[in-house]
Design a protein around this ligand. Sequence first.
Ligand SMILES: [Zn+2]
Length: 219
Amino acid sequence: MQYLSEFSFNVISLEEIVSCIHENRHFPHRSVAITFDDGFKNNYDIAYPVLKVYGFKATIFLVTGYCGRNNRWQGQPAEIPELDLLQWDEIKVMASNGIDFGAHTVNHPNLAELTLKQAEDEIVDSKKEIEERLGKNISHFAYPYGGETGKLRNILKDEFQCAVSTELNVATLGSDIYSLPRIDMYYFSRNNYFTCVGTSNFSHYIRYRKFLRTLRTFI
Ligand SMILES: [Zn+2]
């Protein structure tokens, strides 16, 4: 966050990204949107105070059936560390102070593996619960495990302004707003790699990481 601030990045909302794509209007110079998946308690304890210091916007995607619990949902690989998730009172505090919330289903399933009706319930019920708890319209969605299909997209178009995927890439004016790519900062956390964001080395590094990811999937 300090790096983004020092190098004058424009931290914009997902809504602004969607508006630019709809209107075919260039993103502001050096734009980034910050998102967090799953709604970990550390988003409130650690990330939120830092975001406040810099006045940065962010969107947090909640797994509504697990708020106030931990990330041990069905299908969670054993090697993933157990982490507490946000309580609704923490979510409400952040929602009143510039943090956006989006839906990330009720139970964090891979939607591509469910029936269409089950997937629709996961999508719609998570949106409804956040809207009821926060008293505001929820317009962003994140696919758990990046599991998306063409049929799901029709449901999402009725309910949301945009959906974010796990495709490792930068968003462009040509991006599909129901499958917006993102750059997982996990890959940038070592050796200050994030300092290549916005430089010519950035696209090379993304291509390299994508290659490794494809290779791993293949193996
Ligand atoms: Zn997730």
